[in-house]
Design a protein around this ligand. Structure first.
Ligand SMILES: [Fe+2]
Ligand SMILES: [Fe+2]
Length: 354
């Protein structure tokens, strides 16, 4: 299914023949949650942090940051294949930012309706940031002659419902993994300016601070529900969301390997570093994190990516040329590797529930 509209004949041709612009299983989804339950969040135990975060969000440090006036000369030097990798990255990131905007906007609207103006305002300010990010990426796409019809995209796709606890854990991790992705790319490109192939990357440093702040807000919200970090529940939530967010990241990075190669990054090692840093950061929010240094977690990551690529190659082979037995064997191998990775040892976070 294509979710792109085409504003010009040039774009029509490019979109119609461009598999890199189409969504797939790894494409971001749209979410909603138990908003009535969210409206009962008791922020009083976290009041000083809440007030500090709200003041920081109101200060709007990046108000003027996303005013794009950079010349696009660098982009013209890209080959067709490199441009494809860049555009594919833009599309996915734009939909992902827009998905965050929709969730935060809906939460803010309903929280304000429920009389929670304090919480509603905080979500309104996060929605402001995500709308800005999505708009900025959208403008970068328009510069490439591609238009995504974001409002109609959200209407066409199913909205996934998650319990509040899942949203708190998964959005916290998405924000923190987003922070690490942007900051690691930014540091790499500052050390290797020749690989900074698009003006977009010049904006990453203050941008990632927005994601970092959003992550800190979700950490504060998790603390407003102490039961979420205790006992078996805390353990399972930490294990499941770290594992699933890391797995999605690994498979996405391996699928978009061309994009990372374009920036002069080794996709597998970039993925490792993003996971290590996010896992370390998550110690501040989750009761448990994976023991990446003393387990087979990252080794299993390499094996999973390898099996995933073999399965993909098999699926793309001409019809009738792929033996069902080989496909079955690879699927069983993939399932076994998933299970082994999920069960890898974890360590208790130094800062356990207060
Ligand atoms: Fe964002
Ligand atoms: Fe964010």
């Amino acid at each position: 299914m294509t979710t792109l509209s085409s504003p010009s004949p040039a774009a029509t041709a490019s979109v119609g023949a461009a598999p890199h612009l189409r969504e797939d299983l790894l494409t971001p989804r749209f979410y909603t949650t138990q908003i009535a339950k969210a409206a009962t969040t008791d922020i009083e135990p976290q009041r000083p942090i809440f007030d500090a975060m709200l003041a920081e969000m109101e200060a709007d440090y990046n108000r003027d940051h996303f005013d794009r006036r950079t010349p696009l000369d660098r982009l013209r030097a890209l080959s067709a294949a490199d441009k494809e990798a860049y555009e594919s990255y833009l599309v996915r990131s734009c939909v992902s930012e827009f998905s965050g905007f929709l969730l935060f906007k809906e939460l803010s609207r309903r929280l304000i309706q429920s009389g929670r103006t304090d919480l509603g305002r905080l979500f309104q300010l996060m929605a402001r940031d995500e709308a800005r990010h999505a708009g900025f990426l959208n403008r970068a796409l328009v510069a490439e002659g591609i238009t995504i019809d974001l409002p109609s995209l959200s209407g066409k796709r199913p909205i996934t419902w998650f319990p509040l606890s899942w949203v708190l854990y998964s959005v916290y991790l998405s924000e923190k993994i987003g922070y690490w992705r942007y900051i690691l790319i930014d540091r790499h490109l500052k050390a290797h300016p020749d690989n900074s192939v698009a003006p977009l990357f010049d904006f990453f440093e203050p941008w990632c601070q927005d994601e970092n702040r959003h992550g800190d807000i979700f950490n504060m919200l998790i603390r407003c529900w102490p039961g979420l970090r205790r006992g078996l529940r805390g353990h399972l939530l930490s294990r499941f969301f770290l594992w699933s967010v890391f797995l999605t990241h690994s498979l996405t990075v391996c699928e978009r390997g061309d994009f990372y190669a374009l920036l002069g990054l080794d996709p597998a090692r970039f993925d490792d570093e993003v996971m290590r840093q996010t896992n370390r950061t998550a110690q501040r929010a989750f009761p448990m994190v994976f023991d990446l240094d003393n387990s087979r977690y990252l080794q299993l990551r390499d094996q999973l990516v390898d099996t995933f690529l073999q399965l993909k190659a098999l699926a793309e082979a001409p019809a009738g040329s792929h033996p069902w037995l080989q496909r079955l064997r690879l699927r069983a191998q993939f399932a076994s590797q998933l299970l082994q990775q999920f069960c890898q040892p974890m360590v208790a976070s130094a800062e356990v529930v207060a």
